[in-house]
Design a protein around this ligand. Structure first.
Ligand SMILES: NC(=O)c1ccc[n+]([C@@H]2O[C@H](COP(=O)([O-])OP(=O)(O)OC[C@H]3O[C@@H](n4cnc5c(N)ncnc54)[C@H](OP(=O)(O)O)[C@@H]3O)[C@@H](O)[C@H]2O)c1
Length: 337
């Protein structure tokens, strides 16, 4: 089965996703929409896309489009995911799907009601290196997991970038810190308590965010994320018996996948097959649409991810730690220590 995909906007990230779609035999990019028809037409011609639309809504009316990919600014993710689902389209939405748990729950309620796939696009989760990290931890490669340290940062070079806009839900945690949070949840389960600090810019968005998360069995995570500091991609996992350094953990660069394990005075370097995260993400989406399996990042993952982001911002805004009630659900009064 080939999934005929529509793309909502001419976002820069498409430059990585469109070649991946071309390499993915289950996907055909049929249509592109932009806020301006001329831009959509130009883009379609440049990228060999058959159909172009001058609004996102008009693409959703195309009956031949089975599914949409949504690389819009963050504040538009939920609105257009919901509109696409209501129009009968499966949805692959860029990270982060939502800033608040309730928004994510509502979108998945719609997906379940209409019987369509909704998935959050954390492409690094599809990469063999990420899966290998998890399986090495499961096999006890560094003993019991104790600490996760993660960073992602870069300097925005383009004036007017959507990441600088409060109205469009930019900010360091939403843009890049979400990867650190996602990885910590992937390997340690859902956080029980979080604490955040931020340095804000003119528009009130977080230019730098630093967070701590506490998980079951006393596993701790520390992360930082920035959008006006130099590029850093970092992940270290510390266990009772060893440490694991994960090179290029978010697949931002083109470097060879590499995991370094230090244990008992020995150092071991493990390479993984290169894997193309964006293609694997699209293949996973297509497999979920055809009913072969659930998407790798479905409801439970995306709603708990939104809950963690919500709690971290609530903590940074209040200056107090936030306890999450049921796994991934904020609500309890902050605990005092
Ligand atoms: N997974 C990854 O590796 C990865 C990497 C980068 C970004 N992302 C995510 O992808 C999304 C897009 O990021 P990007 O850097 O590609 O964004 P971008 O280049 O700024 O593109 C966003 C697009 O959204 C449309 N848009 C609609 N309303 C807008 C508004 N009010 N202001 C500006 N643009 C508006 C525009 O397209 P039209 O004018 O054509 O309508 C614009 O080109 C974000 O959610 C980001 O987190 C993911």
């Amino acid at each position: 089965m080939t999934v005929r995909l529509g793309v909502l906007s001419t976002a820069r990230i498409n430059e990585l996703v469109l070649p991946a779609a071309q390499a993915c035999e289950q996907i055909e990019v049929l249509a592109i929409a932009s806020r301006e028809l001329a831009r959509a037409e130009r883009y379609a011609a440049q990228h060999g896309i058959e159909r172009s639309y001058g609004s996102y809504a008009s693409l959703l009316e195309d009956r031949d489009v089975d599914a949409v990919y949504i690389p819009l600014p963050n504040a538009l993710h939920i609105e257009w995911s919901e509109r696409a689902l209501e129009a009968g389209k499966h949805v692959l939405c860029e990270k982060p799907l939502a800033r608040r748990r309730q928004q994510a729950e509502q979108a998945f309620d719609i997906a379940e009601r209409v019987g369509l796939v909704l998935a959050e696009a954390f492409m690094y989760r599809h990469h063999p290196q990420t899966l290998q990290v998890k399986s090495l931890l499961g096999a006890g490669a560094i003993g019991r997991l104790r600490l996760i340290r993660a960073s992602q940062s870069f300097t925005i070079t383009q004036a007017g970038d959507v990441r600088y806009s409060r109205a469009l839900e930019g900010g360091a945690l939403m843009d890049v810190g979400c990867y650190c949070v996602n990885l910590a949840r992937f390997v340690a389960g859902e956080p029980e308590r979080v604490y955040g600090e931020q340095r804000r810019g003119d528009d009130g968005i977080d230019l730098l965010f630093s967070g701590t998360m506490r998980f079951a069995e006393d596993v701790l995570a520390q992360f930082d994320a920035g959008i006006d500091v130099p590029t850093r991609d970092f992940l270290e996992l510390v266990g009772s018996d060893g440490t694991m350094d994960v090179h290029d953990p978010w697949m931002s660069g083109s470097a060879e996948p590499l995991i370094t394990i230090r244990r008992d005075g020995e150092t071991e370097h493990l390479t993984t097959e290169p894997g193309e995260a964006y293609r694997l993400q699209l293949a996973d989406f297509a497999a979920a649409i055809s009913g072969e399996r659930e998407p790798r990042l479905g409801r439970a993952d995306a709603t708990a991810q939104a809950a963690a982001i919500e709690a971290l911002y609530a903590s940074a805004d209040s200056g107090r730690p936030v306890d999450l009630g049921e796994p991934g659900r904020p609500g309890k009064e902050p605990a005092r220590r």
